[in-house]
Design a protein around this ligand. Structure first.
Ligand SMILES: [Zn+2]
Length: 217
């Protein structure tokens, strides 16, 4: 009798997880599954062979991905990282400017309070004490991949607006904003563009030079 041998890959579920499924375009339940080669006899797996790696499979669309897909933050996780980043960077902008300026502090509280219940001037003081503005870039690095470009731009533009509440963007504040932009994966030119256009939009057009007005009749 002729024996028909073959090889087959079988997947066993290792652990359930929630991940951002690139095919569905959203957070989905899925499973981390281990692949193993089996020797088959008449198409029936009979002998387990070596491991053939792991995949992450989406429960909704059943697409299988390289396990690194699970390293990408979920939308829910991303939103909480973004809220944290706004809080941290806003405090850094205050700390690297005139941190006693009431207008600057009020603008910072106004920016953060809607995303963090109970955030007030005292919370801001506490944040300023513990935060190191030199680390601005590292706080936003997790957002570099997941956040859309428009989200990155508005994050930076909001920081510029907070700084402008203290009249001008100081060089130290600008360093914080630039470090955040680099952490988000934006180019230096892109960051400069966002900062410049936000500053320009903030200041009303300068009054015309009286010497260049229309000639008197
Ligand atoms: Zn999916």
């Amino acid at each position: 009798m002729l024996l028909v041998f073959g090889l087959k890959i079988r997947l066993t579920t290792v652990a359930p997880l929630v991940f951002f499924c690139p095919t569905c375009g959203g957070d989905r339940p899925g499973a981390r599954r281990a692949a193993r080669r089996w020797l088959t006899l008449f198409w029936v797996p009979v002998v387990p062979l070596g491991r053939a790696g792991e995949v992450v499979e989406c429960e909704t669309c059943h697409t299988r991905f390289d396990p690194t897909v699970a390293d990408r933050p979920t939308t829910a996780h991303l939103a909480s990282i973004l809220d944290d980043a706004v809080r941290v960077l806003t405090a850094m902008v205050v700390a690297s400017g005139d941190s006693q300026d009431p207008a600057l502090r009020a603008a910072a509280v106004e920016r953060v309070a809607p995303i963090l219940a109970g955030y007030d001037d005292d919370t801001l003081s506490g944040d300023i004490e513990v935060l190191d503005p030199a680390l601005a870039g590292s706080y936003v690095e997790p957002l570099a991949e997941g956040l859309e470009v428009t989200g990155k731009e508005s994050l930076l533009a909001d920081l510029v607006r907070v700084a402008l509440a203290g009249v001008t963007v100081t060089p130290d504040q600008r360093r914080v904003i630039e470090a955040a932009g680099r952490g988000l994966g934006l180019t230096a030119a892109h960051i400069t563009g966002v900062v410049t256009s936000t500053v320009a939009a903030h200041h009303p057009r300068p009054a015309p030079d009286p010497d260049s007005g229309p000639p008197a009749l």
